[in-house]
Ligand binder design. Structure first.
Ligand code: GDP
Length: 471
């Protein structure tokens, strides 16, 4: 049965592949990043700016006037939620704009572009339709890849050990107290199972709220439609001396395997494996603002996330990856919190933050780049005098209360090591620098023409990601 299934699937894939190449090419763009990195705002702004052109000068096809029309279409995948573009756009552009609800699960949107070819072929070929399938999914889900190689026993031991480290113990204590009362050898009692799972999830949530990023299993914080299912009702337990088949420990071990089988693998096989281009959004500024431990934690989480893009040769993942991700863009988001004179420093920090993973990886030949962007500019730039010196600030409307203020987030070092080295060494605070970020509301009116485009480098990001396919 399996083989027939596999063969018919391969045939189907091949067929749709040929159709795509001949007639209407499809670009599958994955958008990911940890919660609150800016995925929802990014996709909404990208689609709005492609639908309503003229504000993307760095996207060549747009600047050359070759995108004739852009329109939304029903996506081809009936089994995935549609990205709620209209709702999100209404939130951001209404008379009292507000930030939309962020990504909680996977969703998809198809934007189709009628594009006139460039260069020599333009006279020979008429315009053609190119479909951009945007796939939005939580970066937390990519933290699950290492679980595939782990047994329940290994995972539990590692997770408990990590919770006892300095940066985590404070958040983990309530869960560890509940864990201390667990009896893994006892016969399963579903209420006790829920109590353990809930306490464990509470720890992950508090750690996340404190700015820590490495919080697997990914679905515990981003459950999608699996909330409350047995596959999400387990937690780490130490190995009991003796364990029977119906014990709490044995049940959790089975559920851990079920989680891998029905949650992790289908996501990779059905969605991740089909992506051609990927943007990974990183709220580096948010982590810098939260302090060195958050930066170090973000670095580790990003290293874990990036493993999915360079799986080991003989791993399960490489066996299901059909097509290759051709380009990966790492984008530090919310750059509108900084004056442009600091944007290069933010991009450099982001690049260095990912460097460990990048250095070791060839990403299976994918082209990579790092930049700092703002999908939606909530500020304008302003230089104010402070203690006799000129200070390059940004001005925006505060999310809390709506007052207009000028903000100076702090001076990011030109050398990223000045932040990343103390973070690695476990510093509790930044030594001689202070960073503070205020939360701005989305802009109330479209920016005036002389105030620049309503985004920062969204067009350059788009050019890197899909520009070659629009040529
Ligand atoms: P998601 O969880 O990755 O989908 O993140 P969202 O797109 O919901 O963004 C999380 C929050 O970050 C938003 O509610 C905004 O407060 C902020 N944010 C996202 N993008 C921008 C941006 O371009 N500029 C500013 N100033 N804030 C942003």
């Amino acid at each position: 049965w399996d083989i027939t299934n596999a063969v018919s699937r391969t045939l189907e894939d091949a067929q749709s592949g040929v159709e795509e190449m001949l007639f209407e090419p499809v670009i599958r763009l994955g958008v990911t990043g940890l919660s609150r990195a800016g995925k929802t705002v990014f996709i909404t702004s990208l689609v709005a700016n492609l639908l309503d052109r003229g504000r993307m000068p760095q996207l060549r096809a747009a600047a050359e006037g070759r995108i004739l029309t852009a329109f939304l279409q029903p996506q081809p995948n009936d089994a995935v939620a549609r990205f709620a573009f209209e709702d999100h756009l209404a939130a951001l552009t209404g008379p009292e704009p507000y930030w939309p609800e962020g990504t909680r699960s996977i969703s998809q949107l198809r934007l189709s572009l009628r594009v006139r070819p460039s260069g020599m072929l333009s006279g020979l070929r008429g315009p053609r339709t190119i479909h951009l399938d945007i796939v939005d999914y939580p970066g937390e889900w990519l933290l699950d890849l290492p679980l595939l190689e782990q047994s329940y026993g290994n995972w539990a031991a590692e997770t408990i050990a990590l919770a006892r480290t300095d940066s985590r113990i404070e958040h983990a204590r309530p869960w560890l107290d509940v864990l201390d009362t667990a009896d893994g050898a006892a016969v399963l009692d579903e209420r006790e199972a829920q109590r353990q799972a809930e306490a464990f999830r509470g720890y992950l949530r508090t750690a996340r709220e404190a700015g820590l990023s490495a919080v697997a299993p990914g679905r515990f914080l981003m459950p999608g439609d699996l909330e409350g299912s047995p596959a999400l009702t387990f937690a780490p337990l130490p190995e009991p001396v003796k364990s029977r088949g119906n014990s709490l420990h044995a049940t959790f071990a089975r559920r851990f395997d079920a989680y891998k089988r029905i949650v992790v693998k289908p996501f990779y096989r059905d969605h991740f494996a089909k992506i051609d281009r990927q943007i990974v959004l990183v709220d580096a500024l948010g982590a810098i603002n939260a302090g060195p431990q958050a930066v170090e934690d973000l670095r580790q989480a990003m290293a874990a996330i990036l493993m999915s893009f360079r799986p080991g040769r003989n791993s399960w993942l490489s066996s299901v990856l059909g097509r290759r991700v051709e380009k990966i863009l790492f984008a530090a988001t919310k750059a509108d919190h900084l004056h442009h004179s600091q944007h290069a420093a933010l991009a450099a920090i982001t690049e260095e933050l990912l460097d460990d993973a990048r250095r070791r990886a060839d990403f299976r030949g994918a082209k990579t780049e790092a930049m700092s962007i703002a999908a939606l500019r909530a500020t304008i730039e302003e230089t104010v005098r402070h203690d006799g010196a000129a200070l390059d600030c940004v001005r925006g409307r505060l999310l809390d209360g709506g007052r207009e203020v000028a903000m100076y987030a702090g001076d990011l070092p030109k050398d990223p090591g000045a932040l990343l080295v103390p973070a690695r060494q476990g510093a509790a605070k930044w030594l001689d620098a202070e960073y503070g970020i205020m939360k701005f509301a989305p802009p109330r009116v479209a920016l005036a023409p002389d105030e620049g485009p309503p985004h920062i480098r969204l067009d350059r990001a788009t050019e890197f990601l899909i520009g070659d396919r629009l040529a």
